[in-house]
Design a protein around this ligand. Sequence first.
Ligand SMILES: Cc1ncc(C[n+]2csc(CCOP(=O)(O)OP(=O)(O)O)c2C)c(N)n1
Length: 394
Amino acid sequence: MSTAKRPTTKASTATKTASVTAKATATKKVAAAAKVTPKATPPKKSPPKKTTVVSSDAVQLLDYYREMLFIRRFEERAARAYTQALIGGYCHLNLGEEAAVVGLMSALRPTDYLFTNYREHGYAIARNIDPNAIMAELYGRVDGVSKGWGGSMHMFDMEHRLLGGYGIVGGQLPLATGAALAIDYRGGDDVVMCTMGEGTSNIGAFHESLNIAQLWKLPVVFVVINNFLGMGTKVELSSAEPEIYRRAAAYRMPSARVDGADPIEVAAAARIAVESARAGQPYLLEVTCHRLRGHSVVDPAKYRSASEVEELKLHDPVHNLAERLLNLGLTDADTLAALDEAMLARLDEIAAFAEASAHPDVNTLFDYTYATPVPNDSRRLPGQSLFDENGVAR
Ligand SMILES: Cc1ncc(C[n+]2csc(CCOP(=O)(O)OP(=O)(O)O)c2C)c(N)n1
């Protein structure tokens, strides 16, 4: 391309004009909202919450708690099914990231788009996709979100605008940026949110995507869930700038860091980021979290010392929110226990639904791909054609 500016349509020029004023406002709001933590390492213990809870916040907190608890129980159920060999392939859980997930998703409109990575079950739940279909996908069954062909890492649901689910680290970034370009080019006001782990901010596609998004002022929010570990490697050992939000400065993009332990704080920061993107100013939001278990279900996380494992207990967002609700007098222990019991019973039904769903027919393997049908070579006899007499791949 000979110039840095891509050609704009009438609609996108109008968006740009609106975005000039919105940009200044968004940048100011960003500075106010950014919970800039100067330390690169996670705090020893999440500081006590000073948020004053008014009644609408109280309702909101209870809703967040219900959603977070459901994600927690769903993930635990998935882990159990995996160890029973009911789920195959890879399986990465959102345990410890529940507050971040629900806070982020609450900032999106149903018509906004979400791209995420392989750690995605919680996002699918918070996007209001039927949990039966999510679990069935984990089981690789026809009633799954991706008709059983995607599994844990590759959920795709156009109706709920969840555009994946990517197993390749960073694979979602150029696609999310391209989707934002498409929105802008057509003159729409939807926003794309693209989530990733902090390890992903070291790959080329991260920098290319932020650069082009800022240059072309695309409606995209890049969200880095900084759980301080890329598989088993600590962020300070892999990232020269371990406070990821600061990387946005290289692209003159507004950014902020927020504590992912509190769904209300995450939601507030996410709303500012989404508003900014909707007004034509892309944004980088870093959400700090603690992954409570291994990288995936099969990772025993031996790289964590005994004291680190002990300390993790202080960072359990579901447990901490329950304590907070009790301390604020917004609920009582019996109500929380009954809620939990109801959710566990619901999870039994969900798992039963997934197990009862059929395996997909192998002939549909290529129905949802761009790939040319490839026969199963192991079943083809020497000299036999790739296709049968009807021209169908064997
Ligand atoms: C291109 C590519 N390289 C390596 C891998 C293997 N891999 C899977 S997850 C992962 C770590 C990613 O860490 P982070 O981005 O912090 O996300 P998290 O798993 O912590 O959510 C790696 C290296 C991969 N899937 N794709």
